[in-house]
Design a protein around this ligand. Structure first.
Ligand code: FMN
Length: 375
């Protein structure tokens, strides 16, 4: 393929470079993947209502989020196992985000540690928390605080792991199991395999050395399951623990969004985990306007965002920011840090072009009248 000109091109390039089992882990979703496709069709079903004869010769994508001025309402979504897509993938994403001055969100399930990422980039860093065991969560939160992360994000949509059937069929997991099929897959994707040989098999970096003496923590880690008992009371506990901005991710029901902020969260991230957890879930964009109407705190959103126009639609419908997940991972997997930078350039320029043709000079002036949605 010639030079990629859109995120979908990066998806094709990622498919070429990655072994099938790794591409499927990135691209795939839960069960029949109806939720995955629905995220896209919900965004596509929204139409623009442009305004004419507006001076759009000077345009601005800049916006305020949690007291900071951002050049665009974007953040890099937390994603686990980034090191399998590209060597030191978390660092590549963090550095690209810093270059564009947007927040990078490090996953608990990252392949570079909280501290390593803090050292590699001077940009704004947020930490996403999975609660496997409360004592372990407390330690991770303390480490993120010490390392200078400014925002904590609690992910709430993994009570148990989603049934990702592509991963099941491919026997995908860490550590990678070298079955004959996996070896053949690796041989057919030599560039990826050479990188793996050179840099070693990535590991879950934040759990390394986690309380070897604490048998409860070790058992929880071995089970590879989240603490499914985490509830509203536990959210209060976490609020006490974290002194800075706290966001709750994985919210779909607007009443949950309202309850989170009433309990002291500084905002919510509407998300269905990109369709990777509960299949046939509503798309977050379908509940956005109602969630915004029920809380006075920022509502961010992700799941299915592949185009600048998608971002403009969500901002017009009241979101304060959009997290980019697979959109950047495809570019990471295809071309590493340079790919992520280019994908962000594409996003910025698509947002800018959409604003111009919509007749809106500043992203901060967007409102619901610029769109018509069927929901
Ligand atoms: N969300 C988390 O909160 N923590 C994770 O560790 C995490 N890992 C992910 C790994 C992959 C490969 C993908 C694609 C998503 C992951 N997510 C995780 C969900 C993303 O944060 C985000 O909600 C999702 O990617 C948005 O959907 P999109 O990829 O369609 O944009």
């Amino acid at each position: 393929m010639r030079k990629p000109i859109k995120i979908e091109d990066y998806r094709h390039l990622a498919r070429q470079r990655l072994p099938r089992m790794v591409f499927d882990y990135l691209d795939g979703a839960a069960e029949d993947e109806i939720g995955l496709n629905h995220n896209r069709s919900a965004l596509e079903s929204i139409r623009f209502n442009p305004k004419r004869l507006v001076d759009v010769s000077q345009r601005s994508l800049a916006t305020n989020l949690f007291g900071k001025r951002l050049p665009a309402p974007l953040a890099v979504a937390p994603t686990g196992l980034n090191g399998v897509f590209w060597p030191k993938g978390d660092l590549a994403l963090a550095r690209a985000a810093a270059k564009f001055d947007i927040p990078f969100i490090l996953s608990t399930a990252s392949t570079a540690s909280i501290e390593e990422v803090a050292q590699c980039s001077s940009g704004e860093k947020w930490f996403q928390l999975y609660v496997v065991h409360r004592r372990l969560a407390k330690q991770l939160v303390g480490r993120a605080l010490n390392a200078g992360y400014t925002t904590l994000i609690l992910t709430t949509d993994i009570a148990v792991n989603g049934l990702r059937e592509r991963d099941l069929r491919n026997d995908f997991g860490l550590p990678i199991r070298y079955t004959p099929r996996v070896m053949l897959d690796g041989c057919l994707h030599p560039r990826w395999s050479l990188d793996l040989l050179r840099h070693g098999v990535p590991e879950l970096a934040n759990f390394k050395g986690a309380d070897a003496q604490d048998t409860e923590i070790q058992a929880a880690l071995l089970s590879r399951q989240m603490d499914a008992s985490f509830d509203w009371e536990a959210l209060k506990w976490l609020r006490e623990l974290w002194p800075h901005t706290l966001l709750v991710k994985g919210i779909i029901d607007p009443l949950d969004a309202q309850r989170c902020t009433e309990l002291g969260a500084d905002g919510v991230i509407l998300s269905n985990h990109g369709g990777r957890q509960l299949d046939t879930c509503l798309a977050p964009i379908e509940r956005l306007e109602e969630a915004v109407s029920l809380t006075d705190k920022p509502v961010l959103i992700d799941s299915g965002f592949r185009r600048g126009a998608d971002v403009v639609k969500a901002i017009a419908m009241g979101a304060q920011g959009v997290l980019l997940g697979r959109a950047l991972l495809y570019a990471l997997a295809a071309k590493g840090e340079a790919g992520v930078e280019h994908a962000l350039e594409l996003m910025f320029s698509e947002i800018d072009r959409t604003l111009a043709n919509l007749g809106c000079a500043s992203i901060e002036d967007l409102n619901g009248d610029y769109v018509r949605s069927p929901f």
